[in-house]
Design a protein around this ligand. Sequence first.
Ligand SMILES: CC(C)(COP(=O)(O)OP(=O)(O)OC[C@H]1O[C@@H](n2cnc3c(N)ncnc32)[C@H](O)[C@@H]1OP(=O)(O)O)[C@@H](O)C(=O)NCCC(=O)NCCS
Length: 172
Amino acid sequence: MVLQISLLDSQKHDRSSFCCGQETLDTYIRKQASQDLKKRVSTVFVLIDHPETSVLAYYTLSAYTIDIAALDEPFAKRLPRYPVLPATLLGRLAVDNSQKGKRFGELLLIDSLKKSLDASIQVASLAIIAEALDENALSFYLKYGFQPFKQAPMKLYLPMKSVEMLCQDLGI
Ligand SMILES: CC(C)(COP(=O)(O)OP(=O)(O)OC[C@H]1O[C@@H](n2cnc3c(N)ncnc32)[C@H](O)[C@@H]1OP(=O)(O)O)[C@@H](O)C(=O)NCCC(=O)NCCS
């Protein structure tokens, strides 16, 4: 058995019983994710334990823009005063209930950060944005250095510079 993170393949990956405790995230991976991938709305990466095909966890990434006024002053003051700035949206991150507490959330978060950092060399992005659905998700993201937006505390950002430093520390 080998843990694998790969792009969702609707022919191969079984999402039918995925359940993370957040109805919207369960419905998304079961019914919407492959359409979004096909239409290039988001990329969807899934974790499986090869050769098993059940989705144990997943996340999505998309291009995004942020309003400079929403950022904290210490970060914003170093940026050019364009009305909107490029970012990367970590739209969803979920681990199946049966797999929680095995550090799969952390594994996928770090994988998403590394992929976003690599992509930002070709297409610039200055931060990763995530949205916490509840207080638990909020404390999960805060643990990894995400900062809340001024006006929307459930929406968070992590500067790409911080992602770069984290990846350097991890040697990836
Ligand atoms: C949040 C979630 C992704 C965490 O996944 P997980 O695999 O259980 O977490 P991990 O085992 O990787 O834990 C990594 C660290 O985060 C902490 N953590 C995990 N879940 C947490 C939670 N709900 N609240 C606070 N901290 C949490 C762990 O204690 C661990 O910290 P430690 O290093 O101090 O031990 C998972 O609980 C989940 O899918 N939740 C429902 C969906 C959701 O809310 N997604 C995020 C918003 S889209």
